[in-house]
Design a protein around this ligand. Structure first.
Ligand SMILES: [Zn+2]
Length: 235
């Protein structure tokens, strides 16, 4: 389980780490395509902007809750978009759900600019947590609420029996779920695009002292041997 108050680096340091961690493996701005999966929340713009400032325009795989819903069609499209200037195609897959911590230290809340009342972050995951706590989780696909329906479908089987997870626990379940789906789809990149693929999975924490990133796992698979090599996480 993560600690939203301690094990996190500022966004700028996170982005710099992605570059320094991947440089020894041949990744550099201009020779890699980022697939970026975050929540649709405008709070994530800072992170999206910082990643793209460093790596160039990203293929956007974002959905509510940072769930990964692009599927094989979306991944197939991305597979043809990566540069190949030195004969190698490289992909950096980043998935980052988010959670707020307000000035009182309350988890799941943020004070947004121009608003008097605090609001929830991530709102989609907080919504599901409330449904779980109330024992009233809608089932099936609501065509007026597609992404939330899919989010429930994906996360419910992963929620352990027993006490309802709190928002931090549910956010970690969402991160794991999104990461697993990204990895599953990325298998096609390795097979079909014969590519070098790096995966970075973490969590953005909106804190009163600025957005921070917890990197939970990071690794790279080079096309030469297909062996997954763990990247040292930011200190
Ligand atoms: Zn959100």
């Amino acid at each position: 389980m993560f600690d939203v108050f301690e094990v996190a680096v500022p966004v700028e340091a996170f982005v710099a780490w992605t570059q320094s961690a991947l440089a020894p493996h041949g990744f550099a701005p201009g020779n890699a395509l980022v697939l970026l999966g975050v929540c649709r929340d405008e709070l994530m713009f800072t992170v999206e902007s910082a990643v793209q400032d460093a790596w160039g325009p990203a293929f956007d795989i974002s959905s509510l809750g940072a769930m990964v819903f692009l599927g094989s069609s979306g991944m197939s499209a991305a597979a043809h978009h990566a540069p190949g200037i030195d004969g190698r195609r490289r992909f950096l897959l980043i998935v980052l759900p988010h959670i707020g911590v307000d000035t009182t230290g309350a988890i799941g809340w943020v004070e947004r600019p121009g608003q008097d009342e605090r609001s929830s972050a991530c709102g989609a995951l907080a919504g599901l947590q409330h449904e779980l706590a109330a024992g009233a989780v809608p089932s099936g696909i609501d065509h007026d609420d597609l992404e939330m329906s899919l989010l429930r479908l994906e996360l419910l089987p992963r929620i352990p029996a027993g006490p309802v997870p709190d928002l931090a626990e549910l956010t970690e379940i969402a991160r794991r779920c999104a990461t697993d789906e990204l990895i599953r789809l990325a298998g096609g990149l390795v097979r079909d695009a014969d590519a070098d693929v790096a995966v970075v999975s973490g969590l953005v924490v909106h804190r009163s002292d600025g957005d921070h990133v917890i990197v939970a796992e990071a690794w790279i698979t080079l096309r030469d041997d297909g062996v997954r090599v763990a990247l040292a996480l930011p200190a």
